[in-house]
Structures are given as C-alpha cells and as structure tokens.
Ligand binder design. Sequence first.
Ligand code: PEP
Ligand code: MN
Length: 337
Amino acid sequence: MIIVMKPNVSKEKIQDLKTKLNGRGIVVNLWEGEKYSVLGLLGDTSSINPSQIQADECVDKVLHVQEPYKKANRLFHPEDTIIKVGNEEIGSSKIAVMAGPCSVESEEQLIGIAERIKKSGAGFLRGGAFKPRTSPYSFQGMKEEGLNILKKAREITGLPIVTEIMSTKLVEKFVEDVDIIQVGARNMQNFDLLKELGRTKKTILLKRGLSATIEEFLMSAEYIMAGGNDNVILCERGIRTFETYTRNTLDLSAVPVIKKLSHLPIIIDPSHAGGMWWLVEPLAKAAVAVGADGLMIEVHNDPVNAKSDGAQSLKPEKFDSLMKSLRQVAKAVDKEI
Ligand code: PEP
Ligand code: MN
C-alpha cells in the first residue's frame, strides 16, 4: 500500500502519520520529492483501513500496490534513482560505461586494458577474479590475486572497479576492496547471497538470470533492498530462448518495461548477450537508443588467447571506435557518454 501526501504537507505532519503507522507494526518507506511525499508501507497492512487513512486532510490518495516488489517499485519512489560511485553516476543523463576483460589474467594485461578503456572514455573497470564457469575444468579466475590486481589498476587509473562475487564468505572482503559488487546471472536467485549484500551499503550490479522473468529479476533486487541497501543497478545480459545462433537473446524491451515498473537504473551487457564481438556494436547502439543507463562491455588486448569469453571481447581499438559511434546515438536520445 502507498500513501501519497498532498503537495507541501509539513515534515511534522508526515512524521506524525509515519509514527502512527509504525506503532501498528508497519515499516514505512518514506520518499520525499520536491513537492510531494510518498509513504510506502511494508509488511502486513491488513489491519489498515484505507478509507480511514484517506480521511486525513494531509493525504492525497491511498493506492494498493499489486506487484510483489515494493521498494524496487516505481510507486514507492516516483523519480529515477541515481547511484553515485566515486565521481561517477549511474542513472543520470550520462551513460555509465563499464569495460574490461571477462577475467583478470595478469597485472600487465589488466593495467594495459584499463589505461586504454579510460582513454576511450569508460567510467569503470570491470574484470572477473572469481569466475562462475559452466565447466569445473575451465579457468576459475585468479581469485584474491585477481582482486589485488584490480585494486592496483584502480590506483593507477582512478577508475572504480566492478567485479563478481560468488560466495557469502567473501562479502566483507568485497565491501572493503571493490566499488561495485557484481552478482552474476547464475547467482541472481542465490537468496543467501542477496540477503547478505542487502546488509551492506555497497552498490550492487545485479545481472538478470539466464531464464528469469522481469518480475523474478525485480524480486531479486527486492531481496537486496529489503535488507536496507537501496544501491542496486540492474543489468540485462540476454536470456535463453529457442534461438541458438546468438549466445543469448538480448531482451531490449526489458529496458522500457523496467523503467516503467521500477526506479532503479538498468544497464545492458551486449557482450554476454550476443556472444560474438561483431554483435557488440549494433547491440550497444540499440541499448543506448532504447534508454539504457549504461553498458558493460568486455574488452581484451588479445581475444584469441583470452582465458574466457574471447569470442565476444572487443580489442581496445574497436572499443575506442565503438565509444565514438555511441556518442551520436546518445545525442539523439538527449544523453551523453
Ligand atoms: C561476466 O560478466 O563475465 C559474466 C559471467 O556474466 P553473466 O553472469 O552475465 O554470465
Ligand atoms: Mn564474461
């Protein structure tokens, strides 16, 4: 249930109503806009009589929230959420670009790529240290050593780092070391991990599960937010369909749908969606055109010899020309990159 207050109602009046509701065991999520405020009610609201609330002269309207996600719901937070990480923003009119290799492979490799992508205009460095591989015999990542290399690359370039977590045991370490913690597609419904991340204040990049519906995706975001962490970035990275030519099928419509349903920023990963380097540019352009708040793009100095996802990785020079061509598309939708 949400209560929309009349414009310019005083903070004291809002607080009175909030305290009254709290006293009845209801958790109240308060969103304050420039003119009006919204009280989002969480928990069992069956004891609340909407017409009684409506009788309060400060209340504009009382609405029932049909969807199972509440804090992620746009009704609870009518304006877009903008997340700040260092000097960068995700969800504003500037497209957030996160680029880097699938896996951290060596110091030389990562620092070389980081310097190149920074020069091309990327705002964040991505790189996997703990890799969720389909086969146990594939490269599993450099783990802690990989994290140290990421930190070194951040020190040199100033780029905030994004890397994937797989285990609840590492939450504390990631909170300490990393700027954005990525939850991969395969862990989108690892509820213990989501709950643990919800207890932190760190920015979480949540990727859509391989076969997850949009509602399931938003429910996973809700798990993190329910714990008190509102800093969630969603990432559409392609879903399983009957089509096998591409690695996954990029669900472009997820962007406007999620923008309608939720206030959270949503970015697109065209690399894991298409699975082939030459698909990255057209899909990235489409992502910007459809309203995505950012992009996650795999870049490798030597894709043929990459330890993971070489086929979908752009060489730094290709990434550079992609950034230039994206500027035109961004301009067409009143954004910058
Ligand atoms: C990755 O970003 O390298 C990755 C493993 O992505 P996903 O979880 O989308 O497959
Ligand atoms: Mn990858």
